[in-house]
Design a binder for this molecule. Structure first.
Ligand code: AMP
Length: 503
C-alpha cells in the first residue's frame, strides 16, 4: 500500500486515533483522510486542467498536513512554504512555482486570486462534498512534493520528489531503529518546519505507522521555559531532529528519560552528529536507540543508517553515517569520474529508487547534478566528500563546494553573497563560516563598496537589518565587516582562505 492508501486504511480501522497534534488542536485519521478527500475535490474543481503545484504557506499548522494530502489527492504536487521567510524570498518561490492554488494559512503580503485563507479552508474541508476518487490521486511516477533549498545563484531551487520516491523511502524509514510494528500508534516529534525535508522523516513515517505527530512550533523551540514542558507533554516515542536541536535541549538538565520516559528512538539527519552529543544522549536516555542517518533532499531525506553504540561513540570520531538503505547504491567518484577504492575519498554519488527526478523547471541544474547510471538507474552527485570503508559503511568528510550546514539549515554561501550584493552600497561580498568542533557555528561577511564606516558595530547591525528583507534569519551572518578591498589569490579570485573561509 502506498502512503495515501495506508492513510485511507487507517481512517477506517482507527479513524478516531489522533494523526497530528499541536497545542490543543488535533486531527484524527478520519478527519485527515475525509477532509483531504473533500478538499481535493474542491482543488480539482477550482484548478481544472491546471496541474501546477499547490503552495501551502504557514508554520506548523495542523491544517497544513490536510492541504498537503488534499493536493496530492487532487493529482498535484504540493510545495510547503514556511512563513518565517522574508517576503522577497516567498515571492521568488511563488514566481518559480507558479502555483495552481495557494493555501495561505497565514496572511501573505499580497493575497493572489487563487489563494485560500485558513477560514475558507476550514469551511471547505467541512462542506458536504464527495471525496475525490483515487483515480485522481498522484500516480507513482508523479511529483508528490517540491521542497525549495538554498541555491548558489541567490535564488532557491525546487527539489521534486515523486510518490514512488516517497513510498520507497517509507518502506525503509518505518523500520529505522525499531521494527515497523514497534512504531505503530506511537508519537513522533516534529521539530523541522515542513519546508525542510527532515520533516518528511517524521511526518510520513508517523502517518505510515498510524502514529501521532506532535508539532513543536518555532516559538516553543526558542523558549526554554516552554520547550521542556512541551517535550514532556508530547509523550514522544520517536524523536526526529537535527543534532543541533538535540544539543540545544541537552543544555537543560531536565532533558532526560525521567521527563520523557516513552522516548525509544532518536533519529538524526541533516548534519554531523558529534560523538559528545551521542554520548550525552546515552547517559540521559540509557534505553533509547540512537540512529545517525545521512542524505540530501535530492534523494528523499536519507539513504544511510547506523545505530550509534557506546563503543562506536568512544572509538570512532567522527561517527560514520552508515550503510546504504535497500534500493540504494553508494559510489565514491574520483575527480575524473572513476570509481574510488574502499577507504579512498571522493565525491559521494547516490544511485537508486529515492533519487529525485530533478529540480523543478531547472533543466540546467538537473543536468549538472543528476544522471543515469550505467545500469539505467537514477543517480545524484551530492557534492559531499566521503569514503566507503571495506564493510561498505559511509564516512562523511564535508563538502567539495561552498554549501554548509548551520544549525541544521542547508545554505549555499553564494546565496548569501548574491543577496548581500543586492544591497545598494555593496559591490562585493564574501561570506566565511566560523568553525568549532568540525561544525559551522556562525558566519562572517566581508563587504566592499560602501564608505569606510565610523562605527563597525552599527555598520554590521544596519547591514544585517537590511539583509533581512532578502534572507531568512538563519542565513544572516553574525557579523558584517567592511573592507576597502578583498584579498585576491594568484588566479585573481577572492582568497577565501585568507579571510578564514573555505577554499
Ligand atoms: P539537506 O538537503 O538539507 O538534507 O542537506 C543535505 C546535506 O546535509 C548533505 O548533502 C550533507 O552535506 C549534509 N548531511 C546530511 N546528513 C548528514 C549527516 N548525517 N552527517 C553529516 N552531514 C550530513
Amino acid at each position: 500500500m502506498n502512503i495515501l492508501e495506508l492513510l485511507h486504511f487507517y481512517a477506517r480501522s482507527h479513524g478516531q486515533d489522533i494523526a497530528v497534534r499541536s497545542g490543543s488542536s488535533y486531527l484524527t485519521y478520519e478527519q485527515l483522510d475525509q477532509g483531504s478527500g473533500r478538499l481535493a475535490s474542491y482543488i480539482q474543481n477550482f484548478c481544472g486542467d491546471n496541474k501546477a503545484p499547490v503552495v501551502v504557506y504557514g508554520h506548523k499548522e495542523i491544517y497544513m498536513i490536510l492541504c498537503f494530502l488534499a493536493s496530492v489527492k487532487s493529482g498535484r504536487a504540493y510545495c510547503p512554504l514556511d512563513s518565517s521567510m522574508p517576503a522577497d524570498r516567498i515571492q521568488a518561490i511563488l514566481e518559480e512555482a507558479d502555483p495552481s492554488m495557494i493555501f495561505a494559512l497565514e496572511d501573505l503580503e499580497e493575497m493572489p486570486e487563487n489563494a485560500v485563507s485558513l477560514e475558507e479552508l476550514l469551511l471547505l474541508a467541512r462542506q458536504d462534498r464527495e471525496p475525490i476518487q483515487p483515480e485522481f490521486w498522484v500516480k507513482n511516477e508523479d511529483v508528490f512534493y517540491i521542497i525549495f533549498t538554498s541555491g548558489s545563484t541567490g535564488k532557491p531551487k525546487g527539489v521534486q520528489i515523486t510518490a514512488d520516491n516517497l513510498n520507497h523511502y517509507l518502506e525503509w524509514s518505518r523500520g529505522l531503529g525499531t521494527a515497523p510494528e514497534d512504531k505503530l500508534g506511537k508519537t513522533f516529534l516534529n521539530q523541522a518546519p515542513f519546508s525542510f525535508d527532515l520533516s518528511v522523516m517524521d511526518l510520513y513515517t508517523c502517518l505510515a505507522s498510524r502514529g501521532t505527530l506532535f508539532l513543536l512550533d518555532k516559538e516553543t523551540q526558542l523558549d526554554f521555559k516552554k520547550l521542556m514542558p512541551a517535550l514532556k507533554r508530547s509523550d514522544a516515542a520517536v524523536w526526529v531532529s537535527t543534532p543541533s536541536f538535540a544539543d540545544m535541549c541537552l543544555a537543560d538538565r531536565k532533558f532526560c528519560a525521567e521527563r520523557m520516559p516513552r522516548l525509544e528512538t532518536f533519529l538524526f539527519c541533516g548534519e554531523t552528529l558529534n560523538n559528545a552529543t551521542a554520548l550525552k544522549l546515552m547517559e540521559r536516555f540509557p534505553d533509547a536507540v540512537i540512529m545517525n542517518t545521512y542524505g540530501p533532499t535530492e534523494s528523499t531525506v536519507a539513504v544511510t543508517e547506523v545505530m550509534v553504540t557506546k563503543d562506536m561513540a568512544l572509538s570512532s570520531e567522527p561517527l560514520p553515517v552508515g550503510r546504504a538503505k535497500p534500493g540504494t547504491t553508494l559510489e565514491i567518484h574520483r575527480e575524473d569520474g572513476s570509481l574510488a577504492k574502499p577507504g579512498e575519498s571522493g565525491e559521494i554519488i547516490i544511485v537508486g529508487d529515492t533519487v529525485s527526478t530533478g529540480y523543478f523547471k531547472r533543466e540546467d541544474l538537473t543536468r549538472k547534478s543528476f544522471f543515469t547510471s550505467l545500469a539505467g538507474r537514477k543517480a545524484y552527485r551530492t557534492g559531499d566528500k566521503g569514503y566507503l570503508d571495506r564493510e561498505g559503511i559511509l564516512h562523511y568528510e564535508g563538502r567539495i563546494d561552498l554549501q554548509i550546514k548551520l544549525n541544521g539549515y542547508r545554505i549555499e554561501i553564494e546565496d548569501i553573497e548574491q543577496n548581500l550584493t543586492r544591497l545598494e552600497d555593496v559591490s562585493c561580498a564574501v561570506v566565511v563560516p566560523n568553525m568549532k568542533d568540525g561544525k559551522v557555528r556562525s558566519l562572517t561577511a566581508f563587504v566592499t563598496g560602501s564608505k569606510r564606516p565610523e562605527n563597525k558595530f552599527t555598520f554590521s547591525r544596519d547591514m544585517k537589518e537590511r539583509l533581512k528583507a532578502f534572507l531568512p534569519a538563519y542565513m544572516i551572518p553574525k557579523k558584517i565587516v567592511h573592507m576597502d578591498s578583498l584579498p585576491m589569490n594568484h588566479n585573481g579570485k577572492v582568497d577565501r582562505k585568507q579571510l578564514g573561509g573555505l577554499a
